[in-house]
Design a protein around this ligand. Structure first.
Ligand SMILES: [Zn+2]
Length: 274
């Protein structure tokens, strides 16, 4: 049976994107490496945070034709250099087993690097996962890490809204996650993703003590001088299709970003306009 409500939601989201995309037609290509956010691949749950396996394969093909898919470290070290807008970084948030099942085989076959931001509590106790989703197992994570393609970053232990936690509680979330990942992989994570892009100055102080970079949600381009602890990403959504996927990568759908900031879904640090 079709889910009319979510179908309507998708349609209106498409309509909004179409409306916003019209003035984008003449928008300038944004500078900087594109750090893409993926969550789930090929689960067929109909959520915005998921893409079909075939769509994912098409997107990878497009990215490889347009530029290079590189590791996060590589992209950050080349940020602000000529041609950095043709560097693409694949990041997968939370750590879902469908990523291992449906995305990793393709990435392994093509030798494509990627970054995983792992939430460790569901990996310890799968019963806390959302219905219809399964976390990665530690064995799956180890296999991907051992392939040499995966950068394993942290995404807290229990995915809380860090804006409302005490400094001690933030530190505990980060330390627990780092300890578990360190135990299994033998190395501490050097990269961090804020759950849902929920940023706060207090949390950032703790993040800076433990990691080399941190990523947020969508926002302004990553250019020369962008703080490595405030890297913005481009969210890949089910309703994008290839058309908006390409458009987002070219211009960043600047208006959509601005709207997001105004409406509700931007939780990052205040804008620093150049
Ligand atoms: Zn997350």
């Amino acid at each position: 049976m079709g889910d009319t409500r979510s179908e309507k939601g998708r349609l209106s989201k498409r309509a909004l994107k179409a409306a916003l995309a019209v003035p984008e037609f003449l928008a300038k290509r944004r500078p900087g490496p594109r750090i893409l956010i993926y969550h789930q691949v090929g689960t067929n749950l109909g959520r915005e945070m998921e893409v079909a396996t075939e769509t994912f394969a098409n997107q990878i093909r497009y990215l490889e034709a347009e530029g290079s898919i590189v590791s996060l470290d590589n992209a950050v070290s080349r940020m602000g250099t000529p041609g950095d807008d043709r560097l693409f970084v694949l990041t997968f948030d939370d750590g879902y087993s469908d990523m291992y099942e449906n995305a990793f085989p393709l990435l392994a076959e093509h030798g494509i690097p990627f970054t995983l931001y792992i939430t460790t509590l569901p990996m310890q106790d799968a019963s806390v996962s959302k219905p219809g989703t399964l976390p990665l197992t530690w064995e799956q994570l180890e296999e991907m890490f051992d392939s040499g393609l995966a950068t394993v970053g942290a995404h807290t232990h229990s995915h809380p809204d860090l804006r409302f936690l005490s400094t001690d509680a933030v530190a505990a979330e980060l330390d627990e996650s780092n300890a578990l990942i360190g135990d299994r992989l033998g190395v501490q994570p050097r990269h961090f993703a804020y759950p849902k892009g929920w940023w706060s100055a207090g949390a950032e102080t703790e993040v800076r003590k433990r990691y080399a970079t941190a990523v947020l949600g969508e926002g302004p381009p990553n250019r020369r001088g962008t703080d490595h602890y405030r890297l913005h990403r481009v969210a890949v959504q089910k309703s994008d299709g290839m058309r908006f996927f390409k458009r987002k990568l070219a211009t960043g759908l600047v208006l959509e970003d601005r709207l997001r900031r105004i409406v509700r879904s931007y939780h990052g640090p205040p804008a620093v306009d150049p």
